[in-house]
Structure formats: structure tokens, C-alpha cells
Write a protein that binds this ligand. Sequence first.
Ligand code: ZN
Length: 427
Amino acid sequence: MDRKPKLGKRRRVFRYHARSRSLVLLCATGLLALGLFLSELVLPPTASISPHTTFDPWIRVALTNSPLRSLSLKSESPVTITAANSNQMLSQTEKLSLSEVIATSNGVRIGDLELPATRIELRVEEDPGLWVNRHLYRGRVQIYRMKDGRLRVVNKVRLEDYLASVVDSEMPIEFGREARIAQCIAARTYALYQLSQRQTHPYFDLYANTRSQMYLGVEYPGPGGQRWAGESRQSREIVNETRGEVCTHNEQIFCTYFSAACGGRTVEGRDLFSDAAAPVTQVDCEWCSDAKLHRWEHRLSLHRFLQQFDREQVLSSEGSIQLRDSAPSILNVEPRDSILLEQQGVVLELQRYEIQQRLGARLLPSPLFQMKLEGEDVVFEGRGHGHGVGFCQWGARGQAQSGRDGRTILQTYYPGTKVVRIVAPSQ
Ligand SMILES: [Zn+2]
């Protein structure tokens, strides 16, 4: 069905989006996170999953999206520092007082300690024991000095330790045990899927935020400076109870995309992500209505809205416009549905997710909205929080409250899938 409205004075239509480029941008959420040391991976990318399938339990998490000019490190237990690529011993210290790490011409400096190596790994005697930028982590910390003098900091951590923090970082305990069981299995599957893709980044496999999935570590600073727990006894219990469990379709793991709240209907995965598997499909969700952003309304002055598109010099931020939004209802909007803006015979066609990218997630929490003009304002009426693809976290909460178990919750959002337990070889 052609859902574009007919415009009488239409002369020139500008499409802001370049479909392939936009797709790449969106896929960045998952795809830029890929990477691994092939030699460490046991799970092949297209392997059938069975109870005998094994996987390597170590993963590498980039602790910031971009490399940093400096970072802070601290440990209260003995630290061993080696060259990350050769295991050559570089230094041992009784403990590490709070120290700044910066790049030098031939390596890195930690406090007063000069290390002539561009890739180092720190191990501590007591786990967890290493603080990086005021977050406490389990496992090891690797620091890579980049050519431009910035530092890439990576936490090499056992998958199940990582998941104990992801469960608490992604979903509060109040969402209910069964919702968190579903979250845990989705997060494990997501991490292993990223490992299995072999689109190698030399230093890490996942990011520590929503670019992959949230991972705050064992402790982290709260907004008032207090120390908050990034994992809990219940999150560790859930990880143990579901140890090795993954979500499969046709005996393969897939990218288990998830978002905070879909607002009533999830988004067809392929509409946003080129690697979305068949089970990541549109699902009606009646369970996320308690989400704060189940429905939302935000407004912006027309002038400020148009300023966002000044760079293209297609529309003037000074003039008035006509707006055509053909979405029949808020439940039926899709991220790639177009909105047309017309100004003096010039038409600009924008897809919803492009508008969201341009205006930011603070103003537009999801790409699922309708737009209209009200006086000098543009009004956005939307639903949901996040991209809306796959597992709906607030919906999982609603389902858990209605008595559903975690595996059933997961299968609601990924229809036709099975939860299978695989094993880690070193456990
Ligand atoms: Zn939902």
C-alpha cells in the first residue's frame, strides 16, 4: 500500500535519508560491537545448538564507546601487569592507589609507573578488585594505547560474571524474578551471538552501554556520589539458575534485540536491523502499559525543529510549513514510515527514525510517533521507549506480574524459539 499522501503543489521532493547509510547507522547498535579473538571461541557462527555445544566463557567489554585521553585506576589488592599480547611481566605492585593513566610516546603511564608497552593487562589477586573510572569490575582490565594517543579500556570478564551485572544494569529487581530470568537468557544469547559473528574488532566484543547492553560492573557511583551495587545476590542466582541457557531458532542463536518498552506492539526487526532473524518480528504486547513512556507527548517550536534541517538547505527555518503524516493510528506507526514537510512547493520526506536520530532520544524516546502542527509548535505523540524491536522489558515485567515464567515470556517476544542449555568448557 502506498501510504504517501498526494500533494497538489509538489514540485521537488528531497529525501533526507540515504537508505543504506541509515541502515548502517542503526545497525551500529549491534554490529559495531562485534569482535573476538577467533582462537578463543568454541562456538562457530552457524553451528547448530545442542546441549553439547560449548562456548568460550570469556568476553571483552569496551568500557567506553570511544577511546579516552586518560582514565583512573585503583586496586586495594596486589596487581600484576603484563603485556597483553605476549604475557611478558611488566610490573607487580602491592596495591594501586587511585592513579591517572595516560599515553606516553612508547607506552602508557599509570601514576608514576612508566610501562613501555602499548597493550597491557592488569590482574588482581582478589576478584573483584579493579576500579576503572570509579566502577568496580571482575576479571581483568586491558588497556590499549591507540595511535592517536588515546586509550581503549577493556574489561575481560567471564560471561556469567558479566551477565550478573547486565541483569541488574538492564532491569531493576522490582520487575520480578521471572522477567529477569527472561532478560538474563536474552542477554546471554545476545552476547554469544555477537561473539559468533566474527566481524572482528581486535580489542573487544561488546560495549558496556545500550550500544550493546548495559554493564555497570560490580559497583558504580550513583548520581549523589554514593556507591551503588551493579550486581546482586538475586542477579547471581538467576545467572546460576539459567547457566548456559540461550534462545534458539532452527537450532541457532540469533541477535536477541530488546528495548525498554514497545508501547503496545513491537517493531518488525528487519525494518531496522539487517541481521534481524525471523523470530524478531512484530508482536502485539498488552503488558507494558505501566511504562512511564508507554505513551508520551513532546513539543518543540517549529523554528527550532526546522533548524535541525538547515544544513541540507532544503527548508528555511524562518518560514511556515505544511506537514503530512499519513499514519492511521499510533499503534500502526513504523520507524520507516515517512512524514512529508512542504514549504513553498518544496517537499522534504523524512522517515520517523531519521527524525528521532536528528532530534535525539531525550526529545523523542522512540521512533514510533505521529507529528502534527499546533500554532507555532510541532507536537510529537509517541509510544514506547527505545527502538521497539524484540523483547519488551516493561512487557516482561507485566507478564511476570501475571504469573508467566521467564522462558514463556521470552518466547512471547521471539515466537517459535526454544530455550536450550549449552555448556562452557572450563566450568
Ligand atoms: Zn511492550
